[in-house]
Write a protein that binds this ligand. Sequence first.
Ligand code: GLY
Length: 357
Amino acid sequence: MKQLQVGLEERAYPILIKEGLLSEIGQELKQRQIAKRYIIIADDQVAELFGGHVVESLRNVDIPVDLLTFPHGEGSKNLSTVAKLTSSLAQLGVDRQDALIALGGGVTGDITGFLAAIYMRGISFVQVPTTLLAQVDSSVGGKTGVDIPEGKNLVGCFYQPKCVFIDSAVLKELPAEELLNGLAEVVKYGVIYDGDFFNFLVAHQKNILRLEPAVIEAVVAHCCTIKAQVVVADEREADLRRILNYGHTLGHAVEAASDFTIAHGMAVSIGMVAVNTIAVKKSLLSPEKAQRIKDVLQGFGLPVEIPADLDRRQMKEFLKTDKKSVGGKPFFVLPVQIGKVIISDDVEDIMIEEALA
Ligand code: GLY
């Protein structure tokens, strides 16, 4: 088992990574004594796939456990789902001695973290991410929240889990598209933080796509190590943590303009390639390095071009209203080499238009 630590002092927590960990969660929770009783929160699909496994693992060591579900999909990530779940928790008599288990992808992690933060003014929760994207990104760092009609993730808070349990074996159950979604974030870490890791990804592309256990575990552990370092340095995204948004500013505009038919990871892949053209135009990044990044994304089978039918004007509007824009000015994470980025809001409109073209 690989064990990492998110060193946030009194809110520090471990990340455990092991193939088959899902069936050992009960023992791990018993040892760690986080709570007396657990409520698993999962969407209907994940509950069907893995819920029984986790319930059994807790029951095997005599930990009381219940399972609550909600309909799968981003459409459930709203205040109404949270309200329904708060009522279910109250009806089950859940109190502050108890804890939640977020079993699923990013939507489940975000909803459950938020629910844990507000129920009885805060109860403990643990993350059990079951998608690659959630394993390498959203389950670590304590971002929780839901969407409202006015925008994604506009309501939420920073609230750290007590532990993250990552079972790499669950990735074999994912549809190919879901794996690709996560791979875009994996490449992101190489570009923003670690050129050697980027080279590792290039060298092991086939092994990663074949989900070879040792390579996948190494990749997930490395991404979590980087994420943990960034979060420890800047938990509330005042400065360094913003580098995790590489490709996301333009990516969010692509996602929104496609009416969310383009998944997050795919949009981030397109966004990384698009923002690299700005970095090249500003003479920050060489065209050869931009091409290497594009090649690795394409090698994984990720999209790298903004679909021709997306409305460019609408995307520019989305950039202005992006929740991370300040005074209508979006910021961009621009690579200066593979493994190092800068953050800039000094990008002329013409460059943005060229990137969108
Ligand atoms: N997913 C970006 C962050 O956690 O800051």
